[in-house]
Structure formats: C-alpha cells, structure tokens
Ligand binder design. Structure first.
Ligand SMILES: Nc1nc2c(c(=O)[nH]1)N[C@H]1C(S)=C(S)[C@@H](COP(=O)(O)OP(=O)(O)OC[C@H]3O[C@@H](n4cnc5c(N)ncnc54)[C@H](O)[C@@H]3O)O[C@H]1N2
Ligand code: MOO
Length: 520
C-alpha cells in the first residue's frame, strides 16, 4: 500500500470491489481506492501519479481544472469500469462519514459559489423569479407629469384665496392620455380633469367633483359652464408631482433583487424592459432502479412500482421556476448508470438522481461517479431522517463544473432532501443570497416520539390561526420514508432533535420547535 503526505493528509483505502485505483477528495484529504492488495496497489503506482499531482495542486490551493470525465464520455458505447461485486465481498459498512445537515448544506453552497455565475439579457416576459445582475435606475420619472389623483377640476389656489364658494368658469378638459399643454388655468377658471390625467399648466390643485356644484350649463345644455367650489382647497391638493412615485435616475432595483410581480411592474413603468439577470441552472432528473416503470403504465409487472420521484421532483423544481429535463430511468447496472449519468451531465447543469445510493449490491451510483466520471464525492451520508444516504458530488465537463445529487430512492427522502439541499443549490446558482427556506418557531400540536439516532425532518401542516401568534404544527401522520402521502398538505419541515434531547424521548404537545417554512 502506498501512503504519502502532501502538505495535508493523504488517506489510502484498499477497496476490493474496484478494478483500478480511483481518487476523490474530501476536504483536504485525497482518498485513493486501490483494487485489493498492497501488491495490486504497488503495481498500479504509475496510475496513482496523476491523482497525486492533482493532490499537490489541490492541497496547495491552486484549484486546477480537474479532468474529471473519462474520455469514454465522448463515445456512444460507454462501458463502465465498475465491476459487479461478488455479493460475499460487498462492503458491510458505509465508506462515508455521516455529517450533520448544516455541514452538508455548507458544502453544497460552497461548491455553488465556486461556479462562475452566468449573466444573460432578459425581458419582462417570463422573468419572474430571476435575480437581477445589475443595478437598475429609472429611465423616466413616474408620474412623468403632474397627475391628478381625483376626477374633478384643476384650479389655481392663490396665497389669499382657498376658493371656498368661488365661482369658476370651466375652460375645457384634460383626460388621461392627453397632452398637459392643451389648455391653461388661471384665476377664475378651471379645467375638468380625470384621475391620472395631466394637471394643465397654471393649475396648482385639484378639487374633487364631490366638492363642487354645477351653477350654469353651456347654451346647448350639454356641458358645464360655471361651477362653485364648496370646500376650501389648498395648494398641491390631489396632485402627484412628477417623479413623486419614482424619481428619474433613482436606483430602484439593486443588483441581487429577486424579480416578483411588482418588481417586473416597476421595470415596465420606468422604461427598463430589458435588463441583466443571472441565468438559472437546468436540472436533469434521473431515476435509477430495475423496479421502476413509467407512471403512465396502467398495468404493473410483478415486482415493479411506478416511478413517482420523477414527477414529484419535476413539479417541485418547476414550481421553484427551474427548467427540468427528463434523463429517463437507469437500470441497476454500472453501464446503464454510467450512460445515463453522462447523458444527464451533458444536458444539464445540475443532475439530480434518485435511488441506488445506499448499501445494496446494486447501488452503483457512487462507484460509477468516482470510477467512471472521476467525480469528487463531497459527502455520501447525512445525519438526518429521512435522507441518510444523501450524496453530493461534483465533476467537470468541458471546463464546466457540474453538481450531482444522489438522493435516496424513497419518495419522501427524495422530496425532503430536495428541499434541504437541491433547491438551495439551484437558488444559489441563480444568484440568491439566502437560498435556504426561512426557519420559524412552531408549537407542537401533539406528542411525537423521537428517533433514537437521527434528527428528523417531520412533515407538518402549519395552522396560522392560533391565539398565541405561533403557528400550530400538525403532523401529517406516519412518517415512514416510503409514504409520500406524508408530504401532502405539508407546508413545513419541523426539525425534531434525536431522542436523547427530550425526557423519555418524546417531544411533548405545546413544545416550541423550529420548522423550515416551505410555503404558506
Ligand atoms: N443496509 C442498509 N440499508 C439501507 C440503509 C442503510 O443505511 N443500510 N439506508 C436506508 C435508507 S435510510 C434509505 S433512504 C434507502 C435509500 O436507498 P437507495 O437510495 O439506495 O434507494 P433504492 O434502494 O434504489 O430505493 C429505495 C426505495 O425507494 C423506491 N424508489 C426508488 N426510486 C424510486 C422512484 N423513482 N419512484 C418511486 N419509488 C422509488 C425503491 O423501490 C425502494 O423501495 O436505503 C435504505 N437501506
Ligand atoms: O434516511 Mo431514509 O431516507 O430514512 O428512508
């Protein structure tokens, strides 16, 4: 066995199941997996040189572009280097350290930060949810002219007259959309104005129609000739001065603003129909498993189930505004997993796989990622329920770093881990500063038995109509990770500590807990 120290620690792990040495990096540790005996490792020493060189660069923080994808990626006949394992020789312990959720989230976000953001030109259409990549200043003021706030009369109020009981001649009208210069207001006269219409030159107040009476009609009887002002008026009343809503050249939307309906409306109002925003990542979705059939199949073959993860995750990511691509279903063979991974990585920025990450002899995902794609697995086990075998890896394709999530196949585990890891990553890559769901304090409706070993993300429905002002959290029932019904109606993930932290291992009704708010 070869062990070397390079400005950090180097760990060398024999791993009988691999056909050749492969390397991965965890923190500052380079992990080289050898195919069996120390003799085998020695024979392969030449092959180790490249990973060692990479380690030197990496540990000295040079961050080289790692050639991660195997050359065979270019070929259509992708043969995995992963050998099927002799069942008796399979690993009986996970090779991955189980890390806390917070640590795992930090690793994901850190990797997102290392991907340069892409800025694109966008327009008002289909830009909801995008993040501005530039400071936006108003081109034009709003309103662009002094605008009437009421339907009534534009009048002139002098220093010593408040116009109460004044008789004014109606000189014409100004309706919305007309040029303000059409007529002029002076003492003794007024102009009929409608809401939003320009207040004509000379006028300095608007009197609403309710505060006037008609005194005299025109000769044909159809129009107003003279009106009386019933209430005293003050200068500036019921006029929006130019730029009073949005001044010209004012910074209205700073870089980093998430575009919602009103932000887009503001851009429309001030003459900024084009702007720069961060591109959103494209999400590839790959289901793995021999047992999976299409959800459209009406008849299930023996031993099969329908692929529900694809539909759930597709809907979840689309609801968050991300474009998804269906990469299909990979059978449980190294070649099939390899081919689908390559296809997914070529087509997407973030590849989300479900299934095949646990301890089964046909759980190939992690091995194919490392052996065939030279991907770096940053973590492969997280201290959480559900979602323990959640896996996160990165690799580089044509100079672009790609994120790969290997989510557990159980439908609830895939959903919960999408909320906790995938969506924050997608948001971060889209330019969000704070991509995690907000945490709120909630009150437990009923006693809940805690898991002895893992903190649990319990699906709850929050009821906001409580007298206390703290939302009441009702469990969605049986929380087994296969029961997707437990996610129905859930609008929060309530974080329950592991059993030791509560007497008798029970979180009692009325206790305050933290919950991640998924929706209102
Ligand atoms: N010996 C151990 N076994 C398991 C462990 C462990 O620590 N040691 N962890 C368990 C936990 S926790 C989970 S979660 C699962 C995760 O397993 P995998 O990610 O390998 O997923 P699969 O085995 O492929 O599938 C699990 C389950 O989910 C169903 N499934 C898979 N894909 C889909 C899909 N697209 N749509 C609907 N349902 C799907 C699959 O049929 C299985 O029932 O491992 C435990 N085992
Ligand atoms: O951690 Mo698993 O996701 O409980 O079923």
């Amino acid at each position: 066995m070869v062990i070397a120290m390079i400005k950090g620690s180097l760990e060398v792990t024999p791993m009988a199941m691999l056909s050749r040495p492969v390397c991965g990096v965890r923190g500052k540790t380079l992990i080289i997996n050898f195919p069996g005996s120390p003799k085998g490792a020695g024979e392969n020493f030449d092959f180790v040189k490249k990973p060692l060189k990479h380690a030197v660069d990496l540990l000295s923080d040079k961050k080289p572009e790692v050639e991660c994808l195997h050359k065979a990626m270019q070929s259509s006949n992708l043969k995995s280097k992963v050998n099927a394992v002799n069942v008796a020789d399979r690993a009986r312990k996970s090779q991955f350290e189980t890390i806390p959720v917070k640590t795992a989230q930090d690793i994901v976000i850190q990797n997102c930060l290392e991907i340069p953001s892409v800025v694109e030109k966008r327009t008002l259409k289909n830009s909801i949810g995008f993040i501005l990549a530039e400071d936006v200043l108003a081109n034009d003021p709003l309103p662009p002219f002094p605008a009437s706030i009421k339907d009534g009369y534009a009048v002139f109020v002098s220093e010593n007259s408040q116009l109460q009981n004044a008789l004014l001649q109606v000189r014409g009208d100004s309706t919305a959309g007309e040029s303000p210069d059409k007529c002029h207001v002076e003492e003794g006269f007024c102009i009929r104005v409608s809401t939003g219409a320009p207040v004509p030159p000379g006028a300095n107040a608007v009197v609403q129609i309710e505060d006037t009476e008609l005194v005299e009609r025109t000769e044909d009887g159809n129009d107003e000739k003279v009106i009386r002002i019933l209430k005293s008026a003050s200068k500036g009343q019921d006029i929006r001065p130019p730029g009073s809503d949005i001044p010209a050249n004012e910074l209205i939307l700073p870089k980093g603003t998430r575009l919602g309906a009103s932000e887009l409306g503001v851009l429309a109002a001030v003459g900024r129909p084009q702007f720069s925003a961060y591109r959103k990542p494209i999400v590839g979705l790959l289901s793995t498993g021999n047992e999976l059939q299409s959800p459209h199949d009406m008849v299930l073959e023996k031993g099969k189930i329908r692929d529900s993860n694809k539909t759930t995750l597709e809907s979840l990511f689309q609801k968050e505004g991300f474009q998804t691509l269906d990469i299909g279903i990979a059978k449980d063979t190294p070649d099939a997993v390899y081919q689908k991974l390559v296809e997914g990585l070529k087509k997407s920025d973030v590849l989300v796989c479900t299934g095949g990450v646990s301890m089964g002899e046909k759980d190939y995902l992690k091995r194919v990622l490392v052996t065939d794609l030279g991907a770096t697995i940053h973590f492969g086990a997280v201290l959480m329920k559900p979602g323990k075998p959640t896996t996160f890896a990165t690799c580089t394709l044509n100079g672009n770093k790609k994120l790969i999530f290997g989510l557990p196949g159980n439908p609830v585990s895939a959903t919960v881990t999408s909320h906790l890891f995938v969506i924050p990553a997608l948001r971060k890559l889209s330019g969000w500063d704070t991509p995690l769901y907000p945490a709120v304090k909630v009150q437990l409706e009923k006693d809940i038995k805690l898991d002895p070993a893992r903190p649990e993300y319990h699906r709850v429905t929050l009821n906001w109509n409580t007298e206390t002002g703290v939302p009441l959290a009702s469990s969605t029932g049986n929380q087994i990770s296969s029961r997707l019904l437990s996610c129905n109606t859930a609008n929060a993930l309530m974080l329950l500590p592991k059993a030791g932290e509560f007497p008798n291992g029970i979180a009692t009704a009325g206790s305050l807990m933290t919950a991640h708010l998924l929706s209102l």
